[in-house]
Write a protein that binds this ligand. Structure first.
Ligand SMILES: [Zn+2]
Ligand SMILES: [Zn+2]
Length: 77
């Protein structure tokens, strides 16, 4: 597991967003306890620790997204 250092607020908000969405992937609708909190604007690009900047993705969609297989119109949410 890569250990990119993130401020505490990011970890906290990733948990909050998953709870908000009920651990349901916003792309395929799969509900999984392993859901990931994804930064719409990446943390590395100064994406804020803000619920509006987070979405819940299942591990499959998250992987596909970062591989570039998946293109989401993020602003429709
Ligand atoms: Zn999914
Ligand atoms: Zn992500």
């Amino acid at each position: 597991m890569a250990s990119q250092k993130r401020p505490k607020e990011h970890l906290k908000v990733q948990k909050v967003v998953k709870q908000r969405d009920g651990y349901k992937c916003e792309i395929c609708g799969q509900v999984t306890q392993n859901a990931h909190g994804h930064h719409v604007i990446p943390f590395s690009e100064d994406g804020p620790a803000d619920l509006k900047n987070m979405m819940t993705l299942c591990p499959d969609c998250h992987k596909a997204y970062h591989k570039g297989d998946l293109h989401v119109d993020i602003w429709r949410f």
